[in-house]
Design a protein around this ligand. Structure first.
Ligand SMILES: NC(=O)c1ccc[n+]([C@@H]2O[C@H](COP(=O)([O-])OP(=O)(O)OC[C@H]3O[C@@H](n4cnc5c(N)ncnc54)[C@H](OP(=O)(O)O)[C@@H]3O)[C@@H](O)[C@H]2O)c1
Length: 274
């Protein structure tokens, strides 16, 4: 028996232990932050990943740096029905093993003075698009997994973050409602990633404090080193999507900071500053 065969025999059960089914992954919010890191992690794990976002240049870079065929770019605005149809067409009849709802909008400002378009962008991106894209992919998702990127904001009300909090609370209830209605055909999970070092955090730290007092909370956490890298979040998501058994995946909300599951996926410190 050749050495190569021995290696294959050792690797086979490890591959089989991954709760993976054939098919592609669809990740929205793929042009930066958590979504981009998740695309890279899933592609490195061997999946074909359809990365969805509006910025074509950033998507093109993701495609170029991945192994050939590992990442397919879909330049699309998830709030547009026509663009969501293009996402479904890009799946092209393949099964969807995983759908990650990463695209997010965080308008900062007081509800009393916020332009209606900003409120609507939070609702359309963080709630409506997650519903309509899930339903658009319902057939290819049969037997697959949907992961909602959740947030502490769904429970915490912070000055200047009202639109985001309302949308994230609605998104969490959407996760529950879809799991109730479609849970026998698709596994649904929601996961909180903590405070993550992305463009969204940068924008929160630099937003004017008079209309976004919540920025102080994020600045204090940042000072204390309580932020998490997007790559660490992506490792968590990869584990949730590929390794966690189906019943456990969909059983309860996940939080990256709960230490009980760390031994199963985390290598190194969780927080940047510790
Ligand atoms: N950073 C944190 O601390 C934190 C904490 C909890 C939860 N989250 C959640 O994590 C998710 C990812 O955020 P992030 O922190 O990684 O921020 P980010 O780097 O700003 O990424 C946001 C992503 O969403 C995409 N996006 C926004 N609107 C879109 C639209 N209409 N259509 C398609 N794509 C759209 C953006 O791409 P384009 O601009 O190219 O379209 C970008 O790729 C969000 O759902 C956010 O609420 C973040």
């Amino acid at each position: 028996m050749s050495g190569e065969t021995n290696v294959q025999e050792v690797l086979a059960p490890m591959r089989d232990s991954r709760a993976r089914r054939p098919g592609v992954a669809v990740v929205t919010g793929a042009s930066s932050g958590i979504g981009r890191a998740t695309v890279r992690a899933l592609a490195s794990a061997g999946m074909t990943v359809l990365g969805v976002a509006r910025r074509e240049g950033a998507l093109a870079r993701l495609v170029a740096e991945a192994r050939p065929g590992g990442v397919e770019a879909v330049a699309a605005d998830v709030t547009s029905a026509r663009d969501r149809e293009r996402i479904v067409r890009a799946v092209d009849g393949r099964p969807v093993a995983a759908l990650v709802h990463g695209a997010g909008a965080f308008p900062r400002g007081l509800l009393a003075t916020m332009p209606p378009a900003q409120w609507e962008s939070a609702m359309r991106t963080n709630v409506d698009a997650r519903l309509w894209l899930t339903l658009g992919l319902r057939t290819p998702l049969r037997g697959g997994r949907v992961l909602f990127v959740g947030s502490d904001a769904s429970e915490n009300c912070r000055h200047g973050g009202g639109a985001y909090s309302v949308s994230k609370a609605a998104s969490a209830m959407l996760w529950r409602s879809l799991a109730l209605e479609l849970g026998d055909e698709i596994d649904f999970a929601i996961a909180r990633p903590g405070l993550v070092e992305t463009r969204m955090l940068d924008d929160s730290l630099s937003a004017p404090r008079d209309s976004f007092a919540a920025g102080e909370v994020y600045a204090a956490m940042h000072e204390r080193g309580e932020t998490i890298t997007a790559e660490t979040v992506a490792s968590f998501f990869e584990w949730l999507l590929l390794d966690v058994p189906p019943e456990e995946f969909a059983a309860a909300p996940w939080d990256i900071r709960e230490v009980g599951h760390h031994a199963r996926w985390l290598h190194g410190p969780l927080f940047r500053g510790r």
